[in-house]
Design a protein around this ligand. Sequence first.
Ligand SMILES: [Zn+2]
Length: 499
Amino acid sequence: MSSNSKTKITFYGGVHEIGGNKFLVEDKGTRIFLDFGMQMSKFNQYFAEFVTPRTCNGMNDLFEFELLPPLKGLYRTDYSKHCVFDGNEETQFDAVLLTHAHIDHCAYVHYLRPEIPIYCSEATKLILQALQDVGAKEDYIYFDECFQTYINNKGTRSRKRGEIERIPRNIKVFDDSKPFRIDSIEIEPISVDHSLPGVSGFIVHTSNGSIGYTADIRFHGRRQENSERFVEECRRTGLEILLCEGTRIRESVSPNESSVEEDVKNIVNRTKNLVVCNYPAKDLDRFLSFYNAAKDSGRFMVIDFKQAYILTLFQTSEFWKNTLPKPTDKYLKIYIPRRGWGLIDKDINFWTKKLILEDYDNWSDHFIDESNAVYYSFIKDRQNECLFYCSDFQVQELIDIRPKENSAYVRSSTEPFNDEMELDQERVKRWLVHFGLLKKESEWYHIHVSGHGSRDQLQHIVKDSDSKKVIPIHTENEEYFANWHNNVVNVTLNSSVEI
Ligand SMILES: [Zn+2]
């Protein structure tokens, strides 16, 4: 067999690191990427809040540190013209498949040519849309061409400004378990359980055999049976290669999502006044844990604009609208913060609706007219009736709300894993101490379960999927895999494996 009839997987990220998955599968001239994520920890070694890759240098600032592979015919032409390519190269890639909408899997979609089809689940598309609509800089769903000029009315050339014509990307939504074909490759997407909706593992059928890709996976959320189905389907297929994540391979156990819901309920029930909480807004299973806790204890769950916007988008889905509450659900209140001039609680007859709305962005201002919209005074006056969502970027609201004695705070997100996150959390704690929400360490309620499977769960995947070969990805601890399988292949960045 000649070498070019083999199928090749090249690893451009996500090996010996957590996230940044970018795996190129080449089969009989068909070239598809599995995920196109950002290598967050490596990125943070070179860049920071005020040290960012320069747009004027195209992708070069990222190429410099191998944070993106310098491949011809992959990237958006407006940027390509500003780096090693001239921007006129032909498109040489057939598709990018996304497992889910976490940035370590999808953020660098921003750099892709808009004509390259992006395949993802409906929920992934909805979350990407929410991210872009509420202000993410990445061109996920719509593509805004950079470096455009126009001839102004004086007849001189100016930089493009005003309304930009947004080009929709070529996003193709797949259905769970419904195979689809991209030239010589057939893809079988299978839903798996992780910490946001619509996550898909893939079985990639190539002309030389099948590749399984776990995505990010766990068996202790609300959709354990999906992850089981993925393992069964891998076994039934007879895989040549399994790409298996190993984020939490050092952890031996995992509590489950229902324990989060129970623990939150207990705290809410024994708290006399306000309960303030924080969790990742995209994690709709976690949202449901808090929503159920509020509902069962007779409180309102008070959500922010972002959460309300995500729930609004999910109402457009025939599938998701039945599993998630509407933003106007009777147990939900939508919190309207004071912004800009802070006119929301001022005399509307004097200031006018138009001026009041100018405090808010277009994507969120319509929530003000919802019947369940509330301001700080509602929560301030009815503290024992509310479970108030407060992200780390909204702690100032506590100044307006003023939690009373016997209030509590529940944190439901991942533990800080770098210095920056540590400092951020310390700052939040200082606010909580100031408002009497944290008087002693035992009042620090950290109630969380991870989106990733623990060692026993990963062992189950590796053993029971019965692949000929296993390649550890999305982990810094590949060594554990050899305990469970006699053909584990450890790969390095930019290296390839052939079938
Ligand atoms: Zn990940």
